[in-house]
Design a protein around this ligand. Structure first.
Ligand SMILES: Cc1cc2nc3c(=O)[nH]c(=O)nc-3n(C[C@H](O)[C@H](O)[C@H](O)COP(=O)(O)OP(=O)(O)OC[C@H]3O[C@@H](n4cnc5c(N)ncnc54)[C@H](O)[C@@H]3O)c2cc1C
Length: 434
């Protein structure tokens, strides 16, 4: 078993290559082991490092830190996600609980970038939930009612206004929310790596293969070494299931995305020179599409059940072809060969879209499963699971624990059959939006 990210993600390739990478080669003991160095694990490690400057803290990742989903996502730091109307106050209450968590997620990222003076192309430009299908107006009006009840500033826009703002006449209706932020996910996660406290030891290209708990020690087995730890935090998100953690509550989904080269002056002019924007689909399987501040177009329009450990180049090429069509549909005037890179990444899903945040046994903790909105929530959950594991309590933990808990999933092969048929159904519903 080997986890192998492709090396063709534009966000990661924008950064300087890292040096001083250490791989686990000898047996070690520690007080704290954190498995997974994405937003969740890095944030947990930072907090533990601050809380326990004299304790030994180890952070491991199967690949290079931050180069999983955290460095290869679409960069929307969301305040809200689209929910298709509400029929009861209980649902509104649940939506508010989710939005409260998003709010805390934004706050924790804001605090981090302020404290460490991080440049991650932060842009408080809001986001659009857009559709080419005018019938989706009904969904957006329902959503607008929910947002109004919770005081989220937003407005509905028509084709003409959208053409001006986005530089494409593809969309006929959208709901714009003022509160979303667009950022460069690679720059953000790199800053989290660069600013890890000194007492955190980071080992990369070190895959945890197996683990077991004996009384007060947890033994963790890697290819060439073993770590004995007193406490452990699992932060492997889409790979929790492969480590046997909360297996009946989460499952991995593979996404692929493509990014164009920067548009030339002439190409940019041909689409009306829009400012940076981000569009999310109204129907879950529709395309996420974004214009970056340096005039690149990012598109993500696939989500599927696939081996999370590696995607073959030929399969990635097939998905990139779909992304080329997605760009062409929206920007027919742009050349065919404009895509520069394509990559895949893994998200973790739960049945009811609720995240995992819990103590699963004495000294064993887990945080993850953000269902495609993990930039802020992952960073928040990492910090707060570290606090919870230290037997402290915060208002944030109260807010996190007030959400509904993930619900149980059926075993294989029923699980994959269920997911696959749901994805086919959603893909059909969104076919005009891919
Ligand atoms: C294409 C794409 C687009 C997305 N768009 C957005 C977006 O716009 N906004 C948003 O908020 N979220 C988005 N997401 C989701 C977001 O990226 C994730 O929710 C977030 O990165 C989760 O962070 P994490 O630290 O929990 O997990 P990850 O970043 O997945 O980190 C987990 C780490 O665990 C490591 N690992 C796994 N198994 C092992 C093992 N056995 N031993 C050691 N290490 C292991 C992995 O190498 C990985 O680095 C997107 C994701 C993808 C893939």
């Amino acid at each position: 078993m080997k986890l192998q990210n492709d090396n063709s993600c534009s966000w990661i390739n924008d950064l300087d290559p890292r040096s001083n990478i250490k791989t686990l080669k000898e047996n070690l003991d520690c007080e704290w082991l954190i498995v997974g160095a994405g937003y969740t694990g890095l944030s947990a490690a930072r907090k533990l490092g601050q809380l326990f400057p004299n304790q030994k803290i180890i952070l491991v990742d199967a690949q290079l830190a931050g180069e999983g989903a955290s460095g290869r996502n679409s960069g929307y730091l969301v305040d809200t996600t689209l929910n298709d109307g509400f029929t009861s106050n209980k649902e509104l209450e649940n939506y508010k609980k989710k939005a409260d968590i998003y709010k805390l997620g934004i706050q924790v990222i804001k605090k981090f970038i302020k404290e460490y003076q991080v440049d991650c192309d932060w842009n408080e430009c809001g986001k659009y939930f857009a559709s080419s299908n005018i019938k989706d107006e009904k969904i957006l009006i329902n959503f607008s009612e929910t947002l109004s009840k919770l005081n989220f500033e937003h407005k509905i826009l028509d084709n003409q206004e959208l053409t001006k703002k986005l530089g494409t006449s593809f969309y006929n209706i959208a709901l714009y929310t003022k509160g979303g932020i667009l950022l460069h996910p690679g720059k953000l996660v790199r800053a989290m790596i660069d600013t890890l406290p000194e007492n955190v030891q980071l080992f990369e290209n070190s895959l945890l293969m197996n683990w077991k708990k004996d009384r007060d020690t947890i033994s963790c087995y890697f290819e060439n070494a073993k770590i004995m730890t007193k406490k452990i935090i699992f932060a492997t998100n889409g790979f929790l299931k492969s480590l046997g953690v909360k297996s009946n509550y989460n499952f991995p989904i593979t996404l692929t995305a493509s990014m164009t080269r920067p548009l030339s002056d002439q190409e940019f002019k041909s689409i009306g020179e829009p400012e940076e924007w981000g569009v999310l689909p109204v129907r879950p399987m529709g395309a996420t599409i974004r214009m970056t501040k340096d005039r690149r177009i990012l598109i993500r329009n696939t989500a599927e059940v696939y081996n999370p450990f590696q995607m073959s180049q030929s399969d990635l090429n097939k998905r990139a072809y779909k992304q080329k069509i997605g760009i062409k549909k929206r920007f027919p005037q742009l050349p065919d060969d404009i895509i520069q890179t394509s990559w895949s990444g893994i998200v973790s899903r739960t049945r009811n879209s609720s995240q995992i945040f819990e103590k699963i046994d004495k000294n064993i903790f887990v945080a993850g499963c953000y269902n495609g909105s993990g930039i802020g929530v992952g960073t928040l959950f990492g910090e707060q699971i570290a606090i919870k594991a230290s037997n402290e309590h915060t208002k944030e933990i109260e807010t996190i624990e007030a959400r509904s808990k993930p619900t149980w999933l059926p075993p294989q092969p029923f699980l994959n059959l269920g997911i696959k048929s749901r994805l086919i159904y959603e893909r059909l519903r969104a076919r005009s939006e891919i």
